[in-house]
Design a protein around this ligand. Structure first.
Ligand SMILES: [Zn+2]
Ligand SMILES: [Zn+2]
Length: 558
């Protein structure tokens, strides 16, 4: 509890810079005196209409005021919405990166890819470990979620203890036996917690989320009845799900192939660390799938969100190098659909159905369970912690508001602080309040120009002002997939120079050839076709003219 012997209490500032009022790009600064620590540095995935944008990360301008004082980056766990922006923030952190062994293993290749050397700055922490940083002491508490190595973080400060739950659910029967440390939660609650910052992702779901084990039955039914291949699309980071499928494969004498780069990387990293156990005879390469009878194979693949270039969406339009979908195959969608991706996922299901295969998703059988706690789990944590101040995080405003209502029901004495990104929550001798605001928002990252960032408006202006706009109109016969006329390009603001003229002269023909060589199902699917047109044109302008105009594909179905 806060110091109350009359000594002055150093104020503690907590500033969420992402993830409060939106899903994704989680990031929070905790500062006291000359010391600050950053909790998580995540990305948000761009919505499909943000053409050409690869990543969305929090605006970090506010961190400039803490230059030289950010003594550590602390990771709750290894999901992209918590670690994806590390490369963009690591320069501002002068100390170690603390996280679970698994989270750090997922961070390492990201940084190496960009030539960032942090070798000796990565410090793996174990459950209940405590680390003192200036006036702050961090304590890592195990929580269950959808991947191994997840922590809630207690931050002991001169003003009192703050508890940040990270992402969590309360899985009482976790597959790896590593339960949420509710004992320590209760102890902390008994000794007094100043403020609880809690995951609100599933605040609008009633009851309990359920154990990861709950999907076993649904998968068993699939394994018992599938006449051909079983193709499972899931997030590669859902290591427990991968394990469960591998185990069933062994039990039902099927071989497992990991298909898609994300799955292959994850099976390797998680395998090396011992979080994924694949019996030697069970795994086969993706290129060997066709050599086995369908009923002997399971494919674990990327593309559960309908990402046009991932494994399952390519298979679905019969455009995958190694794996074909046959009529007796069963395709299982074992992931939640991130809001905004419903259409692209729906399209993939249509294509799979067109191949004659059976589509199974969460509505048919329990083949997915969330990693975030529902109402009763959230209430349980609030009642164990009994915080003085309650701050809902990780969610859009409606989830935050619901979570806040639960807190006032469970713990009527708690004061709710409804914060949003950029609010400065100050805790001192006078209690806690939203005391200030700093700049916050989103920054769009354009992956082809490493490190170059600009906010949304600036970026569009830059593209339009510097690199111009290209509208590509493609008229296609929606039955036959044949171009009705050559693609037409309309441009605005392109610099008049020889390179551009050359690209523009050749682009319609090149584009027509690219479209004609695409699989029929891609040509007759306006969503996929748009993506193809956009990519082709971007590539042409980038390669031939060194520019990145904003490309807007328009597909007219005739
Ligand atoms: Zn997570
Ligand atoms: Zn998350």
């Amino acid at each position: 509890m806060s110091v109350s012997d009359g000594a002055p209490v150093a104020p503690v500032n907590v500033i969420p810079l992402g993830g409060v009022g939106e899903f994704g790009m989680n990031m929070m600064l905790v500062a006291c005196g000359d010391t600050a620590v950053l909790i998580d540095a995540g990305v948000m995935f761009p919505e499909p209409e943000l053409f050409g944008v690869d990543l969305v990360i929090p605006d970090m301008t506010a961190l400039d005021a803490y230059r030289g004082r950010i003594a550590a980056l602390v990771l709750t766990h290894g999901h992209e919405d918590h670690i994806g922006a590390i490369a963009h923030v690591i320069d501002r952190v002068s100390g170690p990166i603390y996280g679970s062994r698994f989270a750090l293993a997922l961070v390492r290749p990201k940084l190496e890819e960009r030539g960032i050397d942090v070798g000796d700055r990565m410090v793996a922490v174990t459950p209940r470990q405590r680390i003192a940083i200036g006036p702050l002491e961090l304590e890592f508490l195990r929580v269950t979620h959808s991947m191994p190595g997840c922590y809630a973080i207690a931050i002991h400060t001169p003003a009192g203890t703050l508890l940040h739950t990270g992402d969590f659910k309360i899985d009482q029967t976790p597959l790896d036996g590593e339960s949420t440390d509710l004992h320590r939660f209760a102890e902390l609650g008994a000794s007094g917690v100043l403020a609880l910052f809690a995951d609100s992702t599933n605040a609008d779901r009633r009851g309990f989320t359920g154990s990861e084990r709950d999907v076993v039955e649904g998968f068993e039914e699939v394994f018992c009845s599938a006449p051909g291949k079983i193709i499972v699309a899931a997030f590669s980071s859902s290591v427990y799900r991968l394990q469960l499928v591998v185990d069933l494969a062994e039990q039902f004498e099927r071989r497992v192939a990991f298909v898609g780069r994300g799955m292959q990387n994850m099976s390797q990293i998680a395998g090396e660390l011992g979080y994924l156990r694949i019996p030697p005879r069970v795994q086969i390469r993706d290129s060997d799938v066709r050599d086995f009878p369908g009923q002997d194979v399971v494919c674990l693949c990327t593309g559960s969100q309908g990402e046009p270039l991932a494994a399952l969406p390519r298979m679905a339009i019969d455009d995958h190098r190694y794996v074909k979908i046959h009529p007796d195959d069963v395709v299982v969608f074992s992931a939640r659909v991130i809001p905004g991706n419903e259409k692209s996922v729906g399209r993939v299901k249509n294509h799979v159905a067109r191949r004659g295969a059976t589509v199974i998703s969460d509505g048919d059988k329990r083949v997915h369970v969330s990693g975030h706690g529902s109402e009763e789990e959230l209430k349980l944590v609030i009642s164990l912690i009994r915080p003085k101040y309650f701050v809902p995080i990780h969610g859009e405003y409606r989830q935050l508001a619901r979570h806040a209502r639960m807190a006032t029901l469970v713990c009527p004495d708690a004061t709710v602080l409804m914060a949003e990104d950029g609010d400065v929550l100050r805790f001192d001798a006078d209690g806690g309040r939203i005391a200030d605001r700093v700049p916050a928002g989103r920054v769009l990252i354009d992956g082809t120009r490493t490190g170059e960032v600009a906010d949304e408006v600036l970026r569009d202006r830059r593209h339009l002002a510097g690199d111009g706009l290209v509208v590509a109109v493609v008229a296609i016969n929606s039955q036959t997939g044949v171009l009705e006329q050559p693609p037409a390009l309309i441009t605005r603001g392109l610099a008049v120079d020889a390179k551009h003229e050359a690209v523009l002269r050749e682009a319609p023909d090149q584009l027509a050839r690219a479209i004609e060589s695409a699989p029929l199902e891609e040509r007759t699917d306006p969503g996929l076709l748009k993506e193809r047109v956009r990519q082709e044109l971007q590539r042409m302008f980038r390669k031939r003219a060194g520019r990145r105009p904003l490309v807007l594909p328009v597909v007219m179905e005739v």
